[in-house]
Design a protein around this ligand. Structure first.
Ligand SMILES: N[C@@H](CCC(=O)N[C@@H](CS)C(=O)NCC(=O)O)C(=O)O
Length: 208
């Protein structure tokens, strides 16, 4: 039995974790969870009380939240080189931009997508400040480097890159040249392509 059980739906943020699992190349077993009854049923709520995917079980540990899963898996398999070592200053970039993507970027995308008007004087109270400042920081994170942690791809690129890709796809993040170059570089990775195919095949199998 694989030591990782991965709970996902092919049309979800589970794609982020799926990509990371393919990058790691460790055995995992996927349990597809349908939206609705199954995701909100007692059995799955015992895994994630939010009734949302993705989630993983790794031996006896359960992890939810895509960003937390990315960090957890990268830390759990250090030999795969998907997180800088302790003592390497690049580890600061790893944590900093992972949580920036999970917090302020996610919030900026949500606010934009839902058309939330934010009064100028309330911006200091908001973790993402405003949309423009968030995009400017995103641009700084990937300026003059191939990946967030420099020349070397890591798990933060999986999460950060997915946020950027989806934000642009859904029109919540404008398509700037640096964003597109970075995302194209990531999408060209065989593990990213494999994960997309697995999920597309799953969608096809459900519609046929
Ligand atoms: N903060 C969570 C969000 C997870 C999430 O919202 N997942 C959506 C799919 S992308 C979901 O499961 N929605 C089903 C529902 O809430 O009923 C994460 O980053 O993992």
């Amino acid at each position: 039995m694989a030591e990782i059980t991965f709970y996902s739906n092919p049309q979800s943020r589970g794609l982020i974790v799926h990509w990371l699992l393919e990058e790691l190349g460790v055995p995992y077993e996927t349990q597809w969870i349908d939206y609705g009854e199954q995701m909100k049923g007692a059995e799955y709520l015992a895994i994630n009380p939010m009734g949302k995917v993705p989630a993983i079980r790794h031996n006896s540990a359960v992890v939810t939240e895509a960003a937390a899963i990315c960090i957890y898996l990268a830390v759990s398999y250090p030999e795969k080189g998907l997180i800088p070592s302790v003592g390497d200053p690049k580890l600061a970039d790893f944590y900093r931009w992972m949580l920036f993507a999970a917090g302020p970027v996610e919030m900026a995308i949500t606010a934009h997508s839902f058309g939330w008007e934010i009064a100028e004087e309330r911006r200091g109270q908001l973790g993402f400040g405003n949309h423009e400042d968030t995009l400017a920081a995103l641009e700084i994170a990937i300026a003059d480097r191939s990946f967030i942690c420099g020349d070397k791809f890591s798990a933060v690129d999986v999460y950060f890159g997915s946020s950027l890709q989806w934000g642009m796809l859904f029109g919540a993040i404008e398509k700037r040249a640096s964003f597109e170059e970075y995302v194209n570089r990531l999408q060209a990775r065989p593990a990213a392509q494999r994960s997309v195919k697995i999920n597309e095949d799953r969608v096809k199998s459900l519609t046929n």
